[in-house]
Design a protein around this ligand. Sequence first.
Ligand SMILES: [Cu+2]
Length: 215
Amino acid sequence: MAATPLALAGCSGELSALDPAGPRAANLALLWWVMFWGAVVLFVLVMVLFALAYLRTEWIGRLTPGQWIVGGGLVLPVPVLVLLTGTALVLGEQLLPRGAAPVQLSAHASRWHWSFAYPDGTIMSDDILHIPAGQPVDITVTAEDVIHAFWIPRLGGKIDAIPGRINRIRLEADAPGSYWGQCAEYCGEGHDIMFFRVEAHAPDDFAALLGEASR
Ligand SMILES: [Cu+2]
């Protein structure tokens, strides 16, 4: 465990969910940290109990089986579960797309690339998804052949791309920039190269791009 902070220092970067660049991704990163520290606290607690039992300290010998069951079976897990489950419910609920976002785009997965389209059906070229920065964007996700998954770790959660089904995900980038996405469901030998790029533009630039695309 001593090495964990070191290992986590390497968690920034293009495909890191712990380096959020949007409010939805920030929710997920916060949930990750709550789960992580919850697990750390539990681990330490269990290790302390283990050490006390091993050292056979006097007061631990005085505990009755009933006290162990109530302490370990109720008093310990109830607040932990309430905290962890509550956080997950609240943060997860905020990810749901309610109503329709002003910008609607679509993503179509096939072995082994992505194609993206503007609302009027114009295809965006070169495996690049253009979005406006600073506002929520809805992306409808479908697939051609097998199940893939659409995932841009720095912008938000992932969603399955399933043939014959339309799934919707809402994402948002805080600032203009480039973000990387990757298919997150094993889909065959080209799975590892099934990545794409998201270009977030200032709203004016995005509107200009939309205008160009529809001409
Ligand atoms: Cu895949």
